[in-house]
Design a protein around this ligand. Sequence first.
Ligand code: FE
Length: 335
Amino acid sequence: MSRWFAVGLALMGCVWLAPSAGSAAEEVVIYSARKEHLLKPLLDAYRAKTGVETRYLTDNEGPLLARLQAEGAGTPADLLITVDAGNLWHAGEQGVLAPLESPVLTANIPEQLRDPKNQWFGLSVRARTMVYSTERVKPAELTSYEDLAEAKWKGRLCLRSSEKIYNQSLVAMLIARLGEASTEKIVRGWVGNLAVPVFSNDTKLMEAIIAGKCDVGVVNTYYYGTLKKEKPSAPIALFWANQQTNGTHINVSGGGVTRHAKHRAAAIKLLEWLSSPEAQGIFAELNMEYPANPQVKPHASVAEWGSFKSEGLNVSLAGQYQADAVRLMDRAGYK
Ligand code: FE
């Protein structure tokens, strides 16, 4: 076992973590918005397998992207790992990632879950779907995101803040599919149906359903999984949205190699390994997500939520329509 040290960078509010043992032939430096406990077990496994050392810096996506831009050609980062296709798309647009041709990545990751310009690749999948009170709602009453705008849900809907990129991506994909006018009608309907003000996170939203403040909401599947693991008898369940039409909205966590990577070849190899069947099971299971690589089955605790049809549009559209989505939600009074 290697010893680990952490150096607090007080000014940046972030922490470098690195194995302290000797100098390796190869090293990969990672900036990660995915939290340390979701990343470290994989990097440990990779090191044990290949001898390749990694150093990583974890922070929120905003500060990491700002740091990459500020550092420019001098950045130590080889790989950026973050959550939400909207953030990955944004990093691509900002020019901090470099496209790469990898037959391994294109074979392992479906086209829908990666950047059409090959600057980033999805590594895990989460659905953002409905969660409902099993005490006050019958699943047969639920159908689609669009339906949550109907009068029957008046005073019964809970939503998370529109400031969260997950909701911006959800609305962006509605725009991509339905156009702005129809999407704005839906979002106005949601706002009109709210039982209580919007929440700062998905878990608080589910707690409100459990407490009887509202009957239905929209959350990322892994938050539901985490809550149910802690409270198995909580009277809530998932409902797969839009099964009769376009499928449930999905999003990814993923990564890309930086434009100024000093260890580009090693970074590509690590990214390829993260997409491999060997790593995908761990990557997904650590956060109760779905593997991006279709050769790998979801963990049993995730599979028990049932199978569903997911939306087939490329997730990069969440980025392309993000600015439109933010303006639309603002117009519609979605706080
Ligand atoms: Fe999250």
